[in-house]
Every structure is written in structure tokens, then in C-alpha cells.
Design a protein around this ligand. Structure first.
Ligand SMILES: Nc1nc2ncn(CCNC(CO)CO)c2c(=O)[nH]1
Length: 289
């Protein structure tokens, strides 16, 4: 289809990658703003600059390196996106989510997505880690959905369910691993609301989202989750809360990207421990997806 990336185009990219590395990843990891260091966890790395991968989009955001890193994490073969794509870069939504279809065609069965997000829940503090238990897809309300347009059954069904988008077992696993690591006092679980960006949200928008049940707000992840679930991969996602969204009109606070990247450094090491320990528990899932 002219819309985004056809099954054939995605297959060609995946075949190219599979011809360049012996690693056959079971787990895919997407690194959010300032969290690119997660890719350095991988041992025996084979890395490709996005610009060297046929048909792959290019990263344009500070804090997003633009490399696809294959490697081993505690003996598990993984592939990690160091830098992801966003609607606000001007990419069509199918381009933003194409890497999920590449992951699928590489043989990935479980995707772990990370992002930086603003805290809407008033109990949240900067530096908290929110395990995403569900999402609100604002761009989707307006029809900007990565699955819009002709459906290719080779990826998945026309009308996929999303009530089971965030894998319950992986949610529980994250809570257990987090507790074992002593992360209990900054580990949360909540609803992530995506906006298109690049402008940060207004105060009225923050109050609305909070009233609607959103605990954190960001500009990514949901589109990838929808495509990953469409083609049958299990999904786990978390948000690093990099600032408190501004909720009242007499506040002097202003969201800014620098603060987002700084907080990434603060928590990066603990996030790496959480993700690494989770990966050790992720098994090859035999049930056909
Ligand atoms: N209030 C607020 N705080 C945030 N921290 C990170 N993000 C996610 C967006 N990240 C962008 C800009 O930093 C880069 O992808 C947000 C957001 O959308 N809103």
C-alpha cells in the first residue's frame, strides 16, 4: 500500500538485518528520550545506524541516537531501538510504527517500550517509574490510528482488541522484580495518555486528561503498542516521570525537554536493572501468537 510500509517492504528490511547478524532476537526494547543507555546493557552487540538500514526512518530528536542494536541480555537475544520516532517529527503514523513490524518479522515475541512522560497524577514525583497498565489514544480519537487504511492479514486482523494490550503477566513480573530490587517507593502503575505534540499540553488539557483518568502524558508509545499487538507480540511498557505536568494557573513551572533528558540520567541505572531482570524471566512463548 502507498500508505506506509507494505509487508514486502518490511520483509525486505527484516531479511537484510537477518543477513547482517547471527542474533535472532526474542525480545525487542524501545528506548525513550534520554533512555538510550539501555542499549548499552546488551553484550556482543551488532549495531546499525538507522541511516544504514534500507527503508528505515531517521531519528531527528535530541536524546534519540538513531541506532538499532542487536545483542545478548542475560543470555537472551534482544534487539533495541536507541531512538524512536514520533508523530511530532512529521512522520506519517505508519512510519512511526514500522519498526514494530520489523521486530515481528525478525522473530521478536515480546516488546518492552520505555518513554519519558509528564506526571498528571498528583501523587507522582519526578523520577517515579510508572508501569503502563493501559492507554488513552487521543490521536486515535481523531482517526490518526496506525492501522487505518488497508489491512494486511499477514500482520493481523482488521479489528484487533486493545482491552488486553498490556500483558498482565508482564505487569505482575515488573511489580515483583521492582519490589525485589527495592524500587517500591518510586514504582507506580497507571494509565498513559498520548498526545501528538510537539507543543507540551496546556493547563486545561492536563486537568482534562487527569479528570479522564490519565496518570501520565507523553507523545509516543501508544502507536507502537497498537501495531505490536496487531501482529501478536506481547507488550510491556513503562514511563519515567520526568516532570510534574502543570495543573494550576498560578504555577511558575514550565515543561521543557532538557529536564526530560536530565531525569533520564537520574533513573537510567535503575531502569536498566528493572528491564534486565525482567528479560531474564521472559521465556520463548510457545502458544502461536
Ligand atoms: N508535561 C510533559 N512532560 C513530559 N515529559 C516527557 N514527555 C514526553 C514528550 N517528550 C518529548 C519532549 O521532551 C520528546 O519526545 C512529556 C510530555 O509530553 N508532557
Amino acid at each position: 500500500t502507498t500508505m506506509g510500509y507494505s509487508f514486502e517492504e518490511c520483509s525486505a528490511t527484516a531479511e537484510w538485518l537477518l543477513s547482517q547478524t547471527k542474533i535472532r532476537p526474542l525480545v525487542g526494547i524501545v528506548c525513550g528520550s534520554g533512555l538510550g543507555g539501555l542499549a548499552e546493557m546488551l553484550k556482543d552487540q551488532t549495531a546499525f545506524k538507522y541511516s544504514d538500514i534500507p527503508n528505515f526512518p531517521q531519528s531527528t530528536v535530541h536524546g534519540h541516537a538513531g541506532r538499532l542494536v542487536f545483542g545478548m541480555l542475560k543470555g537472551k537475544a534482544c534487539v533495541c531501538m536507541q531512538g524512536r520516532f514520533h508523530l511530532y517529527e512529521g512522520y506519517p503514523i505508519q512510519k512511526v510504527t514500522m519498526p514494530m513490524r520489523i521486530f515481528k518479522l525478525l522473530g521478536v515475541e515480546t516488546v518492552i517500550l520505555t518513554n519519558a512522560a509528564g506526571g498528571l497524577n498528583q501523587d507522582y514525583k519526578v523520577g517515579d517509574v510508572m508501569i503502563i497498565k493501559d492507554h488513552i489514544n487521543m490521536p486515535g480519537f481523531a482517526g490518526n490510528n496506525p492501522l487505518a487504511g488497508p489491512n494486511d492479514e499477514r500482520f493481523g486482523v482488521r479489528f484487533p482488541s486493545m482491552s488486553d494490550a498490556y500483558d498482565r503477566e508482564l505487569l505482575q513480573l515488573a511489580q515483583c522484580v521492582g519490589a525485589e530490587l527495592g524500587f517500591g517507593d518510586f514504582l507506580r502503575e497507571g494509565v498513559y495518555c498520548v498526545l501528538g505534540g510537539p507543543s507540551f499540553e496546556t493547563i486545561a488539557e492536563c486537568r482534562m486528561m487527569n479528570r479522564l483518568g490519565a496518570d501520565a502524558v507523553g507523545m509516543s508509545t501508544v502507536h507502537e503498542v497498537i501495531v505490536a499487538r496487531h501482529c501478536g507480540m506481547r507488550v510491556f511498557a513503562l514511563s519515567l516521570i520526568t516532570n510534574q505536568a502543570v495543573m494550576d494557573y498560578d504555577s511558575q513551572e514550565k515543561a521543557n525537554h532538557e529536564e526530560v533528558l536530565e531525569t533520564g540520567q537520574l533513573r537510567a541505572e535503575q531502569l536498566e536493572k528493572l528491564v534486565t531482570n525482567m528479560v531474564t524471566h521472559i521465556e520463548h512463548n510457545n502458544n502461536d501468537a
